[in-house]
Design a protein around this ligand. Structure first.
Ligand code: PLP
Length: 382
């Protein structure tokens, strides 16, 4: 056994999010590392889940998701992105966006396929590509605005390119794709056999009057696209691990083949509750203002300090450049900040496969003012 056992992911250790959250706990630090809110979710949503549990909705849900939830999602998509998608053939409810991403990559990436990944990148993309025998091809985006230079992308596209993974609003870069970005992408992939995987979990966390440019707004791209969403992010309930994919029928068919042998179906009462909860658009329409106020509160608290604030147009993360504070590498500085000053963050280098270090730490501002105040009192003095 020992001789034949070979890791499928030899380069992968415990995720940086678990490492930094663990360190934060041990050190009693304010935890602005992992991306989750520290305020309660809407009690009305909890009441709905409880009501559906009591009514007996406790057995397996249909494999692609509860029909009422898929219908509610389709209505929301029509309202927001002016696109008609079929609840029966195009929407699949998943165990969070993470499973949606895994399903999609597993269903569509074959051994030897190349997948273009923009870095900084969310950490689940590359392991999923590798497990399926794919080859990540990296495009490096850099501070301060992490803008995509499409001519660089053009150079990376080859006959083996099977997929391009995009994430808008972007974690941790804070950038938001514009209409022009999507047009450029459309020009690059036209006539080529390339699938676009669009991670849009922060669709409602977008600032400065911008509107989210979903791939679902672009019929030409959606015809070869998969969009991924997360109720965990939208309704402050990351622990519920509920999300979904939206993809044209021929892609959805393949995604569901993986989904049914991966989790089969997502927990039932939460799906019924979300279906009912989604009927009121006010439940997500106020999110940009809610989170923008938090972003601005955090930035204001750092005014006059030596931190350089990276522009954040979306997501509940912000990058802070500490090069005027310390010469340390970002991993060492993140550990020092947690141990010695009791504020936990995530080093940006963790989002690059080669550990590219720009002396930036990522902070999550999806926190109560009290938590942000505690962190700001420390950070502003450094
Ligand atoms: C860009 C991005 N995609 C996907 C996810 C995963 O979402 P979920 O918690 O719904 O699995 C996250 C979570 O942090 C994320 O930041």
């Amino acid at each position: 056994m020992e001789k034949t056992f070979k890791s499928k992911l030899p380069g992968v250790g415990t995720s940086i999010f678990a490492v930094m959250s663990g360190l934060a706990r041990r050190e009693g630090a304010v935890n602005l590392s992992q991306g989750f809110p520290d305020f309660p979710i809407d009690p009305a949503l909890i009441d709905l889940v409880y009501a559906y549990m009591k009514k007996g909705y406790n057995q397996y849900a249909p494999m692609p998701g509860v029909p009422q939830l898929r219908q509610a999602i389709a209505r929301k998509i029509r309202r927001l992105y002016h696109t008609a998608v079929s609840p029966d053939d195009e929407i699949t409810v998943t165990a969070g966006a993470t499973q949606a991403l895994f399903n999609t990559i597993t269903a569509l990436v074959h051994p030897g396929d190349e997948v273009i990944v923009f870095e900084p990148a969310y950490d689940s993309y590359v392991p999923a590509i590798l497990l399926n025998g794919g080859r990540p091809v990296y495009v490096r985006l850099t501070k301060p605005d992490f803008r995509i230079r499409w001519d660089e992308v053009a150079e990376k596209i080859s006959a083996q390119t099977r997929m391009i993974i995009l994430n808008t609003p972007n974690n941790p870069g804070g950038y938001v794709l514009s209409d022009e970005d999507w047009q450029q992408l459309a020009r690059l992939v036209r006539g080529k056999d390339i699938i676009i995987l669009s991670d849009e979990v922060y669709e409602h966390i977008i600032f400065d009057g911008l509107s989210h440019q979903s791939i679902l707004r672009y019929p030409e791209l959606y015809a070869r696209g998969v969009a991924v969403f997360s109720f965990g992010k939208t309704f402050h309930a990351t622990g519920w691990k509920t999300g979904y994919t939206v993809a044209p029928p021929r892609l959805t068919e393949e995604i569901r083949k993986v989904h049914q042998f991966n989790v089969f179906a997502v927990n039932t009462p939460v799906q019924y509750a979300l279906a009912e909860y989604l009927e009121n658009p006010a439940r997500y329409e106020g999110l940009p203002a809610f989170y923008q106020a938090k972003r601005d509160y955090f930035i204001n608290g750092l005014k006059g300090s030596r931190w350089k604030v990276m522009p954040t147009r979306g997501t509940y993360f912000i990058g802070l450049d500490y090069s005027d504070i310390s010469p340390l590498g970002d991993m060492d500085f993140a550990v020092k900040l947690t141990r010695d000053y009791k504020v936990a963050s995530i080093p940006f280098s963790a989002f690059y496969h080669d550990g590219y270090d720009q002396h930036i730490l990522r902070f999550c501002f999806a926190k109560q003012e009290e938590t942000l105040d505690k962190a700001l009192q420390i950070l502003a003095k450094l």
